[in-house]
Ligand binder design. Structure first.
Ligand code: AMP
Length: 302
């Protein structure tokens, strides 16, 4: 079993009410790979960086069993850069800057050995690139998960609508679900979005948890309540990595198992937000994950 992850590997500059950083390593695919590495020993990365990206980070990914053969390095160009500022409640943020750099002309090449990956995680990226990756798969993956954001809805909606037709699970946040469906009620929004093609929909609600839908069922998991939230960046990606990683490990894509995967995703996301950038998701271990999972179970059982 293996997971193919496509998404940004990036530099981020982040401002929250509690912290501010210059350029640090981020990117949707970085968080996804790190998070799913707790479940899967076979993660294949397709992305692109510039010559300015630290080689030590690429080595760190390799040490965590992440195959970087599909990571293109454009020595003469600059890595994708994103900067954002969080509002006081930390549930919403403004994008201050998005410099596409290497991403502008990114032509994803899926190495032959990745083309039969069983699980495909199309991380947040241009919908056109997500479609190109889907097309290169030799065999239909057991599960395709697609994550996206308002930036692509604002600028590439027709492409995005095409891409989501083919996926098993779409993950977006509550604002994006409202934007995509034109509905305020998330239940009505979910019905409309599922009619657009995806078999399942996950709506992430930040500190208010996550909802999972298919055509007939619905499941809700809260976010783990934390004393310290330092930086929410990458929470959604860590969630997605935990979600798909758990499904790959258990080889079970039923709705019932997806419920557990949502809880694992929430656990992994809870670690990411406790520190700046990728610091915590890089440093935690299985023991910490299992302890938090137990606390999570206690929290929701009555
Ligand atoms: P999240 O907080 O889970 O939404 O993910 C934040 C990560 O997404 C950051 O590390 C950014 O580098 C990356 N990111 C921000 N904007 C974009 C974009 N338009 N496309 C792809 N990745 C992005």
């Amino acid at each position: 079993m293996s997971i193919l992850v496509v998404g940004t590997v990036a530099f981020d500059a982040i401002e929250t009410p509690f912290a501010k950083t210059d350029k640090i390593v981020g990117g949707a695919a970085t968080y996804i790979c790190l998070s799913s590495s707790f479940f899967s020993k076979n993660i294949n990365l397709v992305s692109i960086v510039g010559g300015d990206f630290p080689k030590t980070t690429i080595e760190m990914l390799k040490e965590k069993n992440i195959d970087t053969q599909g990571l293109q390095i454009k020595e003469e160009q600059k890595t994708f850069f994103w900067s954002g500022r969080y509002h006081n409640n930390m549930n919403s943020r403004d994008t201050l800057e998005t410099e596409l750099n290497v991403l502008e002309f990114f032509d994803p090449i899926v190495p032959e050995s990745y083309q039969t990956s069983d699980f495909l995680m199309l991380g947040n990226l241009m919908p056109g690139v997500q479609k190109k990756v889907l097309k290169q798969m030799k065999s239909k993956p057991k599960l395709v998960v697609l994550d996206t954001m308002n930036f692509w809805m604002d600028n590439f909606m027709p492409d995005l609508l095409e891409a989501i037709k083919e996926v098993d699970v779409l993950t977006i946040n509550d604002e994006e679900a409202r934007q995509l469906s034109g509905e305020y009620s998330l239940v009505t929004a979910a019905k409309k979005i599922i009619n657009m093609g995806p078999k399942h929909l996950i709506i992430k609600k930040g500190e208010h948890g996550a909802l999972l839908f298919n055509k007939t069922e619905m499941f809700f998991a809260p976010a783990f309540p934390l004393e310290n939230v330092v930086d929410p960046t990458g929470a959604g990606d860590s969630f997605a990595g935990g979600f798909i990683g758990y499904l790959e490990k258990t080889r079970d894509t039923s709705f019932n198992n997806m419920k557990k995967a949502v809880v694992y995703g929430s656990v992994l996301a809870s670690f990411t937000v406790e520190e700046l950038g990728t610091k915590n998701i890089k440093e935690i271990n299985h023991k910490k994950i299992n302890e938090r999972l137990k606390s999570f179970e206690k929290l929701v059982s009555f």
